[in-house]
Design a protein around this ligand. Sequence first.
Ligand SMILES: Nc1ncnc2c1ncn2[C@@H]1O[C@H](COP(=O)(O)OP(=O)(O)O)[C@@H](O)[C@H]1O
Ligand SMILES: [Mg+2]
Length: 359
Amino acid sequence: MARLTIKGISKSFGATSAVRDVFLDVEDGELVCLLGPSGSGKSTLLRMIGGFEEPTAGNILIDSKDVTSMPPEKRPTGMVFQSHALWTHMDVFNNVAFGLKLRRLPKADIRERVEQALVLVGLADYAKRMTTQLSGGQQQRVALARSLVLEPKILLLDEPFASLDQHLRERLREEVRDIQQRLGITTLFVTHGQDEALALADRIVVMRDGCTEQIAPPDRIYRQPETEFVAGFIGSMNFVRTTVRGGVSQHAAFALSVPVADGEVVLAVRPEALSLVAANGMGGGIVHRSIDFGTHKIVEVDLADGARVKAMTSSNSAWAKGASVEPVASAFRAFRDNRLVHESGAIAARQNDRVFGHA
Ligand SMILES: Nc1ncnc2c1ncn2[C@@H]1O[C@H](COP(=O)(O)OP(=O)(O)O)[C@@H](O)[C@H]1O
Ligand SMILES: [Mg+2]
């Protein structure tokens, strides 16, 4: 059980600022996902927490103890990397036991703890197997057991399942969540997959260019993105560029009240917050196509300015290609220079509330 505090951490490699002035508190037993595009500094931040990289500035505290310059093996952290470096000349048991042997634990204790760790990751019957005889998913389970057996207070996972296929990845992440909850272990999980972050995290840290764009629970990240980048990075989003004059958007299809100073803004509207009404060709849009997902439909609409927006409708809506429609936004957020300048309405708590509400 441990609490992690990151105070103004930065890391530069020569002229590259990999991580810039990051502040983050992770509560005891919390699972936090670091989410961001490739090169946004996720691994560098995690490696600094694990002690594999020394920060250029800032401090890292675990349970109020400063560990900033402590070597990895002295920290109460365990790290699992994307590519598991397992020892190929050792069987599964010895791979998992390795760290405990270094710590010179009695043989009987080592056996007991390794067996427990193998049960935890679902490999109880594989102790005698050589790691070369394991599938990719099983190898990652061994890597996880090897970390867990040392009973770290904080578990650090850097895209541990990125090399596995979708189905296996989903199963393993559910198992990790299950183990994490059972052990109550404070966990940081790096991913570039939004689905993974939404499915796993108590809170998500969205990173971009070494900075944190937003730190919030998954539903807030989805419904109340604080920057244009976050709005576009998670889930499906319509962006409409428009000019505001006298507090009103000048866009023909989105003539909305936007009480901000005159100038350019980007309106962000979720497909589920966009509904369609029949129009007579005046200023609205033309239905390009309608895609039936069974539970709902996505109707693509071409606007006069060339932009295409998506509206989520009930599964029994019947908008024909070429129909003249007017998009109506029940909720939107306006951004200027990536910053939120105005919000209006709220996105329904669950997509289906809205879908079936319209059926
Ligand atoms: N050892 C290193 N030497 C030089 N540059 C590095 C090193 N590690 C990372 N970087 C740079 O730091 C930035 C962040 O990298 P990284 O933390 O790996 O991002 P992510 O994990 O989000 O893909 C990138 O521009 C990357 O090229
Ligand atoms: Mg990385």
